[in-house]
Design a protein around this ligand. Structure first.
Ligand code: SF4
Length: 209
């Protein structure tokens, strides 16, 4: 966010105070702080992760966006960058990591695999996109997306944060508690989403009956 956007328009500041005083809103200053220090969780799933690593190195330097502090623990991370093929075996772990991240938190699906299964979509062991389980904020197309594409996705995420309002965000809304915790899927003969247990039981019963 440029500095002029941080300042709330409509209030005339006297000339002699222009370099000293800024008038803004709580939403703007809160969003400005969060969008300028989005700390990604340090993990990767497949080839897209190599591009993510490249984006963090000196040539592309995500420090320019305040996003260089990759955290090795979900408890200190704001953003889950799902970079790579999402296999059924990995989904319970990814969901558990997501649940361990404190709010406010964001999910970015990087590349064709994380967004929709990619070239392995029909594979017996592949999930057709992490959005089947987690609420995705930004999708980045490509196989793999270049570091530039990743940075464009990060700018989209910043734009999304800019539009959030303290009175509407889910982490301050007690009624939306259910949407914050995602039940961890169970890996048996196939991957089962606990949110769909009733549906699975009904389908099994219909088949038997
Ligand atoms: S989208 Fe392409 S580059 Fe990225 S993990 Fe899938 S196959 Fe690899």
């Amino acid at each position: 966010m440029e500095n002029e956007k941080l300042t709330s328009p409509g209030y005339e500041i006297p000339g002699e105070l222009k370099n000293v005083v800024e008038i803004t809103t709580l939403d703007r200053i809160y969003n400005w702080g969060r969008r300028s220090s989005v700390w990604p969780l340090m993990f990767g799933l497949a080839c897209c992760a190599i591009e993510m690593i490249a984006a963090q190195a000196a040539r592309y330097d995500m420090a320019r966006f305040g996003m260089e502090v990759m955290r090795p623990t979900p408890r200190q991370a704001d953003m889950m960058l799902v970079s790579g093929t999402v296999t059924k075996k990995m989904v319970p772990l990814i969901v558990r990591l997501y649940n361990q991240m404190p709010e406010p938190k964001y999910v970015v699906a990087m590349g064709a695999c994380a967004s929709g299964g990619g070239p392995f979509k029909e594979g017996y062991n592949v999930v057709a996109g992490i959005d089947k389980f987690l609420p995705v904020d930004v999708y980045i197309p490509g196989c793999p997306p270049t570091p530039q594409a990743l940075i464009a996705g990060m700018i989209k995420l910043q734009e999304k944060i800019d539009k959030q309002s303290l009175s509407k965000v889910r982490w301050y809304d007690k009624k939306k508690e259910d949407s914050v915790y995602v039940p961890v899927p169970v890996l048996g003969p196939d991957l089962m989403d606990p949110r769909r247990f009733a549906e699975i039981k009904a389908a099994a019963a219909a088949k038997e009956g």
